[in-house]
Design a protein around this ligand. Structure first.
Ligand code: GAL
Length: 846
């Protein structure tokens, strides 16, 4: 009897200890860890699909929708860099508002139930101005970027600390119950280390230790950094990463940048990456045991203001991403990847529990099988041949594999997805004129006079480096000097004008002689340097030479890119004078930073009302150095808007005081364009468009920057474009297409299979849906048989069911969406019984 209370005490104490231990244990498991297979969250190994959305490349008003679309697209994680130069515009002066509201962005991701991968960097590359570094950083005495250099390390540590502390204070790390499951320090430092050797290695080690020392409770990764020290995970960035293995057997195989397309540069064509190839690359990675894939970019967005890097990176950072620059779905890419994610998730259990066994199925075909001890089995059947179909036999069943494709079998039996068979619809987008009030834009102009010596801020002997002078506060720097021409110069009589040659380190240059534009020269991303050489109309007496030198975004990548120069560094020479050649490089040069209109803030309402504008017939047209403004009303509706700048040359554009970015439609894209096959190794120049046309014609104007009436659009034109050609357009779905093979696995089919509702073969369906508010108004094309071509340009083949249109016309017209089963009886019978058929349909949305 007497021992009972003691027993009870022991029991209570044990239970208490157990609870304590349990809660300790569970709080440990609530943090994020990893093993050789995967990232482990709450004790679970996870196959994670992630997508990059850079918060300053869209507006806060767009964020919830972008995040929701990412979630609907089957993503688990949103990845973003942190943009130091946006957050610390001057030393110690921080900014986290508006598009730079990092905490707000992360909280929205959390609200949507997704995780965050935070790439603090703080070097980010990203085609972002100066790779994310504030320009003032360069001017800290003794500074050497991204190296074992005390001033750099101190500044980097301070900013990294600042961000980590902010995240901790807001309890945003997963270890605190927040959404951040991983962070990144540095960015692709491996290639730099390779070039620079030991001192770079010391820096990488320091960066790693500094990051780990911050105690975030979640793993750190370093991308493209083969010697990332433990516990940091080294990861892969590339178009394909199946070849990659982490540097230790106990780290998971992760892919931080699967490039969904590529960036556009002014002067370059627009790159596209076929959805089939993106899906193929992902399946190939997963079948080799990969467990984390991030799409760079999932939404690329816009380089607003002067945030584009390069130099010469375009304002659009669309990237051919699954969500387009405007926030609309890019179809079929978004849908095809969503279907891929669903297929992979059906395999998740087998993938995280087993290592793949690989069997050859043919000379260029393989099976990767994940068979878990508990009986789960998932198989990936791959055909690497980029030209031929393959019929393979796997576990006594025949499977037909299109070229360059992988089929996914979540039960090792039924194909639910093939990377080259798109079940999702594709969409053709269009830019439709949008109304800004009666008669379109009504423009007024203001002349930015050519600066001359009298306007200068200072004068020195010789030519100065541009960024040292402007500190990148503006794209514009005037270099001004005078040239005395004697009355006896022979050219004054024979009319053979002297030739002025100006060598510049970049990026663009307008040459004015006595106030008149005499010519323009510019470099490119590959070679920002330029030489202007042209005859100039000098006259007897004193001549004013004014060179307007422009930067077009600071470099964001390259060994010690912070030391790269811009501006007129010379020599500057005149040839064809009586004396022969005159070198102007070392004479007195006067400088003026920025434009008069910039100093007056002409882009704002108050600034623009401080000067007299000219309108009507007096208005400047096709004049260089001209400011234009127009007041307009917002078009009805909520479709995304863009400004069509095709009639313009080069400059910058603002709406209600906000900078939309640099425009440069006069820079035509040179390169190779044309159709491209999804099959075969992709490179960034494989599939391009816009050759011979503007690299970028349309400029995104976020809806949230507009008021219903009285919006102020301002632009500064450097070259002499014609503003009357500018128009506002809205971006909408023009038509939607389905292009589906008989017997092809489709989403609905395998959803039903996965739920156990259906066994055996399912007939695929074509799904068509227009945007909310739109309806299918007509069927532009429909053919069940052997149609050819692509969405927008389908053609009938030799075999065509005569009732191909009927089913669609009956069931789709007047609807926002419709689904039609692909089977002979639906189209009035089989038009060619022994041939493999497909259905191609294009429906117009209105
Ligand atoms: C990667 C880099 C990214 C981005 C990308 C190209 O190497 O890490 O920041 O620059 O290239 O778009």
């Amino acid at each position: 009897m007497g021992s009972k209370p003691v027993m009870w005490n022991v029991l209570v104490t044990n239970a208490f200890l157990f609870l304590l231990l349990f809660s300790l244990f569970s709080s440990v498991t609530a943090s994020v860890t990893y093993d050789e297979k995967a990232i482990i969250i709450n004790g679970q190994r996870r196959i994670l699909m992630s997508g990059s959305i850079h918060y300053p490349r869209s507006t806060p008003e767009m964020w919830p929708d972008l995040i929701q679309k990412a979630k609907d697209g089957g993503l688990d994680v949103i990845q973003t860099y942190v943009f130091w130069n946006g957050h610390e515009p001057s030393p110690g002066n921080y900014y986290f508002q508006g598009r730079y509201d990092l905490v707000g962005f992360i909280k929205l991701v959390k609200q949507a139930g997704l995780y965050v991968h935070l790439r603090i960097g703080p070097y980010v590359c990203a085609e972002w101005n100066f790779g994310g570094f504030p320009v003032w950083l360069k001017y800290i005495p003794g500074m050497v970027f991204r190296s074992d250099n005390e001033p750099f390390k101190a500044a980097m540590q301070k900013f990294t600390n600042k961000i980590v502390d902010m995240m901790k204070a807001e309890r945003l790390f997963e270890s605190q119950g927040g959404p951040i499951i991983m962070s990144q320090i540095e960015n692709e430092y491996g290639p730099v280390e390779y070039e620079l050797g030991d001192s770079a290695k010391a820096y990488a080690k320091w960066a790693a230790e500094m990051a780990v020392g911050l105690g975030t409770g979640v793993p750190w990764i370093m991308c493209k950094e083969d010697d990332a020290p433990d516990p940091i995970i080294n990861t892969c960035n590339d178009f394909y990463c199946d070849w990659f293995s982490p540097n230790k057997a106990y780290k998971p195989k992760m892919w931080t940048e699967n490039w969904t397309g590529w960036y556009t540069e002014f002067g370059g064509p627009v790159p596209h990456r076929p959805a089939e190839d993106v899906a193929f690359s992902v399946a190939k990675f997963i079948q080799k045991g990969g467990s984390f894939v991030n799409y760079y970019m999932y939404h690329g967005g816009t380089n607003f203001g002067r945030t584009a890097g390069g130099p010469f990176i375009a304002t659009s950072y669309d990237y051919d991403a699954p969500i387009d620059e405007y926030g609309l779905l890019r179809q079929p890419k978004w849908g095809h990847l969503r279907d891929l994610h669903k297929a992979i998730k059906l395999c998740e259990h087998a993938l995280v529990s087993a290592n793949p066994t690989v069997t050859k199925l043919g000379s260029n075909q393989e099976a990767h099988v994940f068979q878990s001890k508990s009986g789960a089995c998932a198989a990936f059947l791959a055909n690497y041949d980029s030209n031929s179909f393959a019929t393979v036999s796997f576990r006594n069943t025949k499977y037909n594999l299109p070229p360059w494709s992988i089929s996914i079998l979540p039960d090792c039996k039924n194909t639910v997805f093939n990377t080259a068979r798109i079940g999702s619809q594709s969409a053709q987008m269009k830019m439709t004129p949008a109304s800004v009030g009666v008669g379109g834009f009504s423009w007024q102009s203001y002349n930015e006079e050519t600066a001359s010596v009298e306007d200068s801020s200072f004068t020195v002997a010789g030519l100065l480096e541009q960024i040292n002078v402007t500190r990148d506060s503006t794209d514009y720097l005037w270099y001004m000097t005078t040239v005395q021409i004697g009355p006896n110069e022979i050219f004054l009589k024979n009319g053979q004008l002297p030739v002025l040659t100006v060598m510049s380190a970049g990026h663009a240059l307008h040459v004015f002689i006595n106030g008149q534009l005499s010519g323009t020269a510019y470099g490119s991303l590959e070679n920002p340097k330029l030489t202007f050489s042209g005859s100039v109309p000098l006259r007897a007496g004193i001549n004013k030479i004014s060179l307007l030198s422009l930067s077009v975004g600071l470099p964001n990548v390259g060994i010690h890119y912070e030391t790269w120069n811009a501006g007129v560094l010379g020599p500057v020479t005149l040839k064809g004078l009586n004396e022969g050649r005159r070198d102007l490089s070392w004479q007195k040069w006067s400088y003026k930073i920025g434009l008069k209109g910039e100093a007056l803030s002409l882009h704002t309402l108050s600034g623009s009302s401080s000067v007299e504008w000219v309108e009507g017939s007096q208005m400047a047209r096709k004049q260089p150095l001209t400011w234009y403004k127009a007041i307009f009303n917002a078009p009805a509706g909520n479709e995304p808007l863009a400004v069509d700048m095709n009639s313009m040359g080069k400059g910058q554009i603002w709406i209600n005081g906000q900078s939309i970015g640099r425009y440069w439609p006069a820079y035509k894209a040179s390169g190779t364009c044309g159709g491209c096959s999804y099959a075969g190794t992709y490179t960034s120049t494989k599939c391009q468009s816009n050759c011979g046309e503007a690299s970028q014609r349309w400029y995104h104007l976020p809806r949230s920057w507009l008021k219903p009436t009285g919006n102020l659009l301002v632009l500064f034109e450097e070259w002499g474009g014609n503003p009357t050609g500018i128009s506002l357009v809205s971006r909408t779905v023009q038509s939607v297409c389905a292009d589906i093979f008989e017997g092809q696995p489709t989403q609905t089919g395998w959803e039903m299979k996965a739920s156990g509702k259906v066994q055996g073969t399912l007939r695929p369906k074509a799904h068509l849906w227009c945007a909310p508010g739109q309806k299918i108004s007509s069927i532009k094309f429909a053919s069940y048989g052997t149609p050819q071509g692509m969405c927008g340009s389908f053609q009938e083949g030799n075999c065509h069911a005569h009732k191909s249109y009927d089913a669609f016309e009956k069931r789709c017209i007047g609807q926002q969406l419709c689904s039609i089963t692909i089977a002979p009886e639906v189209f009035g019978g089989d038009p060619c019984p022994s041939t493999r058929k497909k259905l191609s349909v294009e429906a117009v949305c209105k």
